[in-house]
Design a protein around this ligand. Sequence first.
Ligand SMILES: Cc1cc2nc3c(=O)[nH]c(=O)nc-3n(C[C@H](O)[C@H](O)[C@H](O)COP(=O)(O)O)c2cc1C
Length: 380
Amino acid sequence: MELEHLFSSGKIGNVQIKNRLIRSATWVAKATEDGYVTEDLIKLFKDLAEGGTGLIISGYLAVNALGSATYRMACLYNDSYISGQKKLVKTVHENSDAKIAAQIAHTGNGAFIFGNRNFKPVGPSPMINLVINKPCRELTIEEVRQIIKNFVDTGRRAYECGYDAVQIHGAHGYLLSDFVSPFTNRRNDEFGGSFQNRAKILVDIYNQLRDDVDKNFPILIKLNTMDYLQGGLRLDEAKEIADILIKTGYDAIEPSSGRYDLKFSNRKTYPSVMDKKEKNENYFLQNVKILKPIMKGRPIILQGGIRNPLTIEDFIKQNVADFVALSRPLIYEPNLPNRWKNGDLSPPLCTSCNACLTVAATDTAYCVVKKKLEGNLDPN
Ligand SMILES: Cc1cc2nc3c(=O)[nH]c(=O)nc-3n(C[C@H](O)[C@H](O)[C@H](O)COP(=O)(O)O)c2cc1C
């Protein structure tokens, strides 16, 4: 087979994954307004599972009510959410041999950016959220400890729901990445200052969650490695932080970069880069190459503009990355992995236009281009 390495199985911790293709966490705005699982959301996961993805990472799940960015973001911050999430996980397992991970998040300064609720966003230090033009207030140290517990409790719930793994969302300008960045974290307590202190929240979450779940339950992290702010996180410092996280025990790292609130400032400052030029594919490759030497054999996941199956076959073959993750292409084509496996190696139909993100703010995340094309073909 042409894509022999891409379609060979791999492991994260002790979890065997049938191929090297991961669906990167993607919020699709298909939960109820209160964050409960819907049939529509379950169908989306069933389609992904049947489409051949090896590991599906959920969209971010809120670890507490203040850490929810939109009314239709799924939540897992109390036990009432468990039965719906269990059903979703069961659907994936019953209909495929795909694995599924829960991504858990606190949206920090972005809390309810799309909603009208009168919550005051929070962060490691005061700052103005550029999207909602609202100030966020600094968390007290007791609140930081409570949020760590929220992550731990939510991670344990994900384990109870039958998820095969959990991923901590430490990227994109949400709460945890704001702790890691020296630009947004100006605290002078044990959670601020040196990079060791700024990484402490991630270390504490891992250590406490590890005590609460089976030792073989993988705990992954999506980690910002640059935030494109002057005086912000640089790749060399992110490497030191990743080193701490691997020594702590994290089972895999998916490097990312950028901030959701810098989306409109220039094309590079947002993780979903709007660019379909072939030469700009795999735009976090350098980040993966820099981090790879500190991984101590744990998997590193390359994401960001992954589009060419032959190139990524080569990355896996050459051990540049252990897995690759895609988001937008799977919105258009949930069956892309099977398409490639069956020999159609043409690139994804996704044009990286980000219209899926724009519509998600008021509707659900769907591929606008696909819908238009299908509409044109519809004789009615
Ligand atoms: C509609 C949409 C929702 C997303 N939601 C999340 C999310 O919940 N968590 C996350 O870590 N990244 C999220 N992302 C970012 C993607 O996971 C990914 O990092 C980025 O889009 C680059 O990959 P791609 O070029 O394959 O789309 C989202 C992206 C899109 C387009």
